[in-house]
Design a protein around this ligand. Structure first.
Ligand code: GAP
Length: 458
């Protein structure tokens, strides 16, 4: 919808049982969010669709569910201990915290003189801020602290007594759980390269500037897929996963004009190629997912740090090599936000009213249908219809208020079909099915409703 604001999405989520502020009764905990009954269903459906496409329907792909807490050496090998940090500065006047690289990049874009903040030392970043008299976006003053590199990994400690504690981390990405299990999976599943390992799970980052609702949070879920291949096959797989990632978004109902590929301006030292798919969020075009050609960096580093061989023996050619990796990574919460923004509509009706309708793809909607008795004394028959339909897909039941009000409530949470039971249903078993998007109604038997909705879910 044109002119959609994030505020509208946040309000809708709060009012309709989709997402609430985390620990709300205690005043919340900044940038944590709790999914309510409707939001939990939508997010689960998003994750299920991803799993279906990237595990069940991807040949030679295996799912894992690795531990969140990993041996700290994993994070030394991956480079996170040394380099997973952002340059943080504070405004001394209004006490707002910023990422220095973001302020510099915003200034560089405005002036049309691009800079590569990744290759700048902290001294160079400080100098740029001073020379260009960069202002605090909140108070407009230029009175910053010096830059400090701030590691984004959440630290915790394990051990019963304080003296015996040792530092461990909450994982900042799920990917390492796939890499450290490469040999286990290859061996136990008798997997032949090329093959994939996929995982959905929580990740944690102590972000310097979290925000924009569930776009950037400190606790979030990732859906990641690592494709292990032979060097030389990597470029074709990189292109294939770009297409697969794009097609997945279209299959969820995204319009192509709201998506675009964005190649990374600067590559990580180990990457051969990397790009994002950006989505037109209400706050502007921003990253939705990433596709990365990671070379054989990850497995090589784990071989070096663990001392365990990561070589793959090709059973046909007899060749031994460390496989390369093409990674596809997307945040489940960030995708949820994009799905909600894409589906949100306000429509002017003929009677002058405005209806809010969440035009979710039926496979993502929390309820696939809502059953209403026209009047309360039809409740027994309506409950019978509800019980029949609910065996096939998750349904809601509502008998409170006028039919019009009941339609609106379901429109606002994206229920694609409403089924009304009236007096004729008692005689001939025929119900009325109303379509959320067209608001058209048609009469059919309950068996026909089951077949009709199942058809829409495929
Ligand atoms: N293993 C690669 C990796 O983690 P990333 O670009 O840092 O790459 C991948 O993250 C995806 O995870 C992003 O495209 C985004 O969808 C999601 N993501 C990253 N940080 C996030 C955060 N703080 N909050 C919500 N989602 C996040």
């Amino acid at each position: 919808m044109e002119n959609l604001t994030l505020e509208k999405i946040v309000n809708m989520c709060n009012q309709r049982g989709i997402i609430f502020a985390g620990s709300e009764i205690y005043g919340g905990l900044g940038n944590t969010w709790d999914y309510g009954p409707i939001g939990h269903e939508i997010k689960s459906n998003i994750k299920r669709e991803w799993w279906k496409r990237f595990v069940y329907n991807s040949p030679n792909t295996f799912g894992v569910d690795a531990a969140i807490l990993m041996n700290p050496r994993v994070w030394e090998a991956s480079g996170h201990v040394a380099g997973f940090s952002d340059p943080k500065i504070d405004c001394k006047d209004c006490k707002t915290r910023h990422r220095a690289d973001n302020l510099i990049e915003a200034h560089a874009t405005k002036t049309g003189k691009p800079v590569n903040t990744d290759s700048m030392s902290d001294d160079e970043l400080n100098k740029y801020l001073t020379d260009n008299k960069i202002k605090c976006p909140k108070c407009g003053n230029s009175n910053f602290t010096d830059i400090r590199q701030f590691n984004l990994m959440f630290e915790t400690s394990r051990g019963v007594t304080e003296g015996g504690q040792s530092k461990i981390y909450l994982r900042p990405e799920t990917a390492q759980g796939e890499f450290v299990n490469f040999i286990n999976i290859q061996r136990t599943m008798r997997a032949k390269v090329p093959f994939g390992i996929a995982q959905i799970g929580k990740a944690f980052r102590n972000e310097v500037t979290p925000g924009n609702f569930i776009f950037r949070t400190i606790e979030f879920e990732q859906m990641e897929h690592q494709l292990f291949c032979k060097e030389g096959q990597d470029e074709a797989f990189y292109e294939e996963y770009k297409t697969k990632a794009w097609d997945f978004l279209l299959s969820l109902g995204f319009k192509a004009e709201n998506l675009k590929f964005k190649p990374h301006d600067k590559l990580s030292h180990y990457a051969k190629a990397a790009c994002d798919i950006n989505y037109k969020f209400p706050m502007g075009w921003s990253e939705l997912n990433g596709i990365h050609n990671r070379t054989n960096y990850d497995l090589s580093r784990h071989q070096e740090y663990s001392g365990k061989g990561m070589l793959y023996l090709d059973p046909v050619s007899g060749e031994k090599y460390i496989p390369w990796v093409v990674e596809y990574s997307i945040g489940a919460d960030r995708l949820m936000l994009a799905v909600l923004c894409e589906a949100y509509n306000e429509e002017k009706l003929e009677d002058g009213d405005t209806r809010t309708v969440l035009k979710l793809h039926p496979k993502l909607a929390a309820y696939k249908a809502a059953v209403f008795p026209l009047q309360k004394n039809l409740g027994e028959k309506a409950m019978e219809v509800f019980n029949t339909l609910n065996k096939h897909f998750y349904c809601a039941y509502d008998e409170a208020g006028s039919i019009g009000k009941r339609y609106r409530r379901q429109d606002e949470i994206g229920t694609p079909y409403c089924i009304t039971v009236d007096f004729t249903t008692l005689e001939n078993g025929i119900v009325t099915l109303r379509d959320r998007d067209t608001m058209q109604q048609q009469s059919m038997t309950v068996d026909e409703v089951v077949a009709f909705i199942k058809g829409k879910l495929e």
